[in-house]
Design a protein around this ligand. Structure first.
Ligand SMILES: Nc1ncnc2c1ncn2[C@@H]1O[C@H](COP(=O)(O)OP(=O)(O)OP(=O)(O)O)[C@@H](O)[C@H]1O
Ligand SMILES: [Mg+2]
Length: 311
């Protein structure tokens, strides 16, 4: 069983307008609401790839029933601990005439140290029984940036995947995660990589290796349509992104993690896991919004992935 954390879920409200006018009344052409959150996305992608997965999260009590109903409908196993307040709404305003998307993300309900301690106590047995724990997504207001690092340390022995940015990533490295998956932006913030040097695979590989020196067991550096690097103690590999019909790249990184874990669980091979990761990510960009990949696409794309050893 793979467990993902989702401490600040959202209702993602996508509203389409024709010719958005700032400061005026705009009429929506369409509107839809999806349950959102990176931990939920990873659990959903794993489930679609045929892996046993569950999502553990905290949610505003006023909306927890709707969130539950939505996750049940999506077919993902999720348990939410209610805290006072609402589930945040993240609005994505899509202007059909320009293709521009404007996002307004709410902070989410405040959580206290007491809530976090109580929650950890409740889920600790399930986390300890997990084959992997995925720590991903923004932390709710009131939550220290060291939370993922603290929990990973307390769960010593459980292989953890960390997909975070800024201080949460920097702190988390010291807890020796099994895998970190920064994108180029996140890697640039953390290492000596510069805006110019990030065009060189060698420079990105060096920055990736520095994550291993800081504590990570392996790192995937994802570079959007420029592909991804896998850095382990055994070597460095590059995989170009697959050319597919792109509908939405949001959540490609989340699905990449799901693909890697599915592959690693099945084969214990980093190289095979990376092939599965790239195929899953490509299958994900073929789908609108943050919808999970189709298993048939994922399976068909695996044979198209090329993995080149750099070191
Ligand atoms: N346009 C694209 N075409 C094909 N594959 C893509 C494209 N964009 C991303 N991918 C695949 O998805 C992987 C992850 O993408 P990216 O680096 O954008 O992740 P990310 O920034 O962490 O995304 P998110 O946090 O939204 O999930 C890439 O390494 C690549 O394999
Ligand atoms: Mg990401």
């Amino acid at each position: 069983m793979i467990t993902t954390l989702c401490l600040n879920p959202s209702f993602d409200r996508t509203v389409a307008v024709q010719g958005f006018r700032l400061g005026e009344t705009n009429r929506a052409l369409t509107a839809r609401v999806d349950a959102g959150g990176k931990g939920l996305n990873v659990a959903l992608a794993l489930t679609r790839l045929g892996v046993d997965a569950q999502c553990a999260g905290i949610a505003g009590a006023d909306d927890v029933a709707s969130l539950r109903a939505m996750t049940v409908q999506q077919g993902v196993a999720a348990e939410w601990m209610p805290v006072p307040g609402h589930v945040r709404v993240n609005t994505k305003l899509c202007d059909a005439s320009t293709g521009e998307v404007t996002e307004i993300n709410e902070p989410g309900p405040e959580v206290t140290d007491k809530d976090l301690d109580r929650y950890f106590g409740c889920i600790e047995p399930a986390l300890r029984r997990s084959d992997f724990l995925v720590c991903t997504g923004s932390l709710p207001p009131g939550c220290p940036a060291t939370l993922y690092a603290d929990w990973m340390r307390r769960l010593k022995g459980v292989p953890c995947v960390l997909d975070a940015s800024g201080p949460a990533l920097a702190e988390g490295l010291t807890a020796r995660p099994f895998l970190v998956k920064p994108n180029l932006e996140e890697l640039t913030q953390l290492t000596g990589l510069t805006l110019e040097s990030r065009h060189s695979l060698e420079a990105v590989a060096e920055a990736g290796k520095s994550l291993l020196r800081q504590g990570a067991e392996r790192a995937i550096v994802s570079m959007g349509s420029d592909g991804a690097l896998l850095v382990t103690a055994e070597g460095v590999w590059f995989a170009p992104a697959l050319r597919v019909e792109v509908r939405s790249t949001v959540g490609a990184g989340d699905t990449m993690i799901a693909g890697f874990l599915a592959g690693y669980q099945a084969t214990h091979s980093d190289e095979t896991a990376m092939i599965w990761a790239v195929a899953a990510a490509a299958a994900s960009v073929m789908r609108e919004g943050t919808q999970p990949p189709e298993r048939a696409d994922f399976e068909a794309l695996q044979s198209r992935v090329s993995l080149r050893r750099l070191e």
